[in-house]
Design a protein around this ligand. Sequence first.
Ligand code: GUN
Ligand code: ZN
Length: 437
Amino acid sequence: MRVTRRAYRAALLHMLDDPCRTPAAEAFAYHEDGLLVVEDGHVAAFGAYADLAPSLPERTPLEAFPGKLIVPGLVDAHIHYPQTDVIAAWGSQLLDWLHSHTFPAEQAFADRAHADEAAQFFCDELLRHGTTSALVFGTVHKTSVEALFEAALARNMRLIAGKVLMDRHAPEGLTDTVETGRADTESLIRAWRGKGRLGYAVTPRFAVTSSDAQLAMAGEVAAAHPDVLIHTHMSENLDEIDRVGELFPDARDYLDVYARHGLVTPRSVFAHCVHTTDEALRRMQAAGSAAVFCPSSNLLLGSGLFSLKQACDCGVTVGLGTDIGAGASFSLLHMMGEAYKVGQLGGEALDPLHAFYLATLAGARAMKIDGHVGNLAPGKEADFLVIDLAATPLLARRTAAAATIAEQVFVLSLLGDDRAIERTYLAGALAHSRDRL
Ligand code: GUN
Ligand code: ZN
């Protein structure tokens, strides 16, 4: 069989391990003049041009990107596709924001045509920002997830999503029941799991909007399908945490509400975890569950300052999320910069390569897709970006003065966004080009 092979010459950077646990110098690989070889949609080689070029088979098409940086596609470990239109809602905190902005916007997804249009826009926006994989909330409507999966499948994105489960404390039209939630979830899993690069996540919204019976059902469905994730919110905002305490007076803490229903597992992803004790984080670590740091959202909703150091010290895997629409940008480069600022307010200066780890391999680990994506190790799917380090006059000027790759990544996290994403490749195929080719 004929192999389709292409090679790309540029600076190359990817992460090999968690800078929390591995000495910084061993946690990443960087080649100032590198060569990425892609065969049939997978990475065949990643290394120094001088080492790899001599053995490149003759007549392999080679594209050179002088002055550009190739990195793995970015991984957004927590985002809501139906909330694209509620970005930039002024003046409210979580519970008020949900009722006044978010729930009305989600009600519109009862209309399949609206969902289709929003899903197409959302997927294109992810690719424009260099995000190639994401863990995504739909709405309570089954069709919202069908619309998203169709859009993601057509683009061949590695995306995991789920229908929201919500059987109380939400407006009529946005609630399901234990039984309809079960039936819709089961039918979506059967129809979509493993299609293309798609996956399913059982998605109870948060403890406030699901009864004990619904959480128990979510735990049962997840247990019956060991390939699906569990995706929810936890310990985000102080008023929310008080409300969960009132609704579940017997639970030891917020995590316990989920644990009692079999929802704290190696496949569980908890967005936020801003106000979490060391002891709860250690229980998450013991279960193999992941947390997602959503700095833009946490700042805008006034939720609080996530401590990456605390989560690291407790051994919890942490991904990075935009949390659109509470978060105000699709750009994970921007989120890396926001994560740094949150760290500074908590007395923790986030290392730039650690931030880059959060936006790539860590998110893939949280989503359990790191066997496929997250870095450009040989054998992985060739989801990668060509980054223009001179995308704006200011970025070009500041880049020229960057002495190390860590400094370059830091500059990119503060000055970079979708303008810096020159190209996005999915499984070796060009999926977005900033400049018309
Ligand atoms: N908690 C429950 N639902 C939501 C949501 O839609 N966004 C955020 N940020 N937190 C939530
Ligand atoms: Zn969220």
